[in-house]
Design a protein. Structure first.
Length: 299
């Protein structure tokens, strides 16, 4: 009987050892919490990536799971990010880290010593956590809930860009569109608007119209880059974003999170209304953007 038990224990030990050395997906794991939602964490990882090296990449699977590849010395380290929302303002982050070129050696060394691989991984993610906390201090999002998106006739510039360059597209056309309207004595009818036409998170692409609400007339200026359209009234979820317009998409993720929590079907075509001119400077936390996420109409 004892011999059978010994054989069983030995078999289990061998299988556990084989799994650990050859099948375990990560060489090392780091866990920590962040006071924000998965969408903001994902966008911040992308921004942090740009501070590391030119070859760093992020591959999107979902807002709660994505892969980051980092060139470290002579090898590429793979960071698998798994994010579990705890509540509306707190997430648990698990990062599985693997160095494919040195995985076997890492797994042998990790249980017995604090290796350079472990130290470097911890240091890197501590730097990210500070990077994230600094970013969270730079903006504020307040979800209001159900509201209605207004109706307005607008002069617009269609723009397509990467999501992170959303504000750059606005700034590149801000003076252009306003000067055309002013020169032709077009009567303005409200602050500038951004209307998303297509938002592809996986492809990191964004198509939108940057618009000025105007009073419609028969003598509107014609330009090949300028279009006129009406934004129609519809039910929407609303949030207030305070901060630099570069990262106002953090409110988009907050509204998606709110919609999911409350089982509200929405169209991923947010609309932003800007109440401050960034060219005037000032404290960015006082800049105000109203953000609307249209609710899908029942069929």
């Amino acid at each position: 009987m004892m011999r059978k038990i010994s054989i069983l224990v030995l078999t289990l030990v061998v299988f556990a050892l084989l799994w650990y050395l050859f099948l375990k997906p990560q060489d090392y794991q780091v866990n920590f919490k962040a006071k924000t939602i998965p969408g903001t964490i994902y966008e911040t990882v992308k921004a942090w990536n740009k501070t590391l090296n030119d070859s760093a990449t992020v591959s999107y699977e979902s807002l709660t799971h994505f892969q980051q590849n980092l060139a470290i010395n002579d090898s590429v380290h793979i960071y698998e990010w798994d994010i579990t929302p705890i509540n509306d303002s707190l997430s648990q982050i698990k990062v599985n880290i693997k160095d494919p070129d040195n995985s076997f050696a890492n797994k042998i060394k990790v249980p017995f010593s604090d290796t350079d691989f472990e130290k470097g991984s911890r240091k890197r993610l501590l730097d990210f956590k500070q990077f994230l906390n600094d970013h969270l201090d730079d903006f504020k999002v307040s979800v209001i809930g159900d509201d209605s998106l207004f109706t307005s006739y607008c002069a617009c510039i269609p723009i397509k860009t990467e999501q992170k360059y959303k504000a750059s597209g606005i700034m590149a056309n801000y003076s252009f569109i306003s000067s055309i309207l002013v020169e032709n004595q077009v009567e303005m009818n409200g602050p500038p608007i951004l209307e998303v036409v297509d938002w592809n998170i996986k492809a990191d692409s964004l198509s939108y119209n940057f618009c000025y609400p105007i009073i419609r007339s028969e003598k509107l200026p014609q330009h090949p880059d300028l279009i006129y359209k009406r934004i129609n009234i519809k039910k929407a979820l609303k949030a207030i974003y305070n901060g630099n317009y570069i990262t106002s998409d953090r409110a988009w993720y907050a509204l998606l999170n709110y919609a999911e929590k409350n089982d509200i079907p929405v169209e991923r075509k947010p609309v932003e209304i800007f109440f401050n001119n960034p060219n005037m400077g000032g404290n960015e936390l006082t800049w105000k953007t109203e953000v609307y996420m249209p609710i899908k109409e029942s069929e």
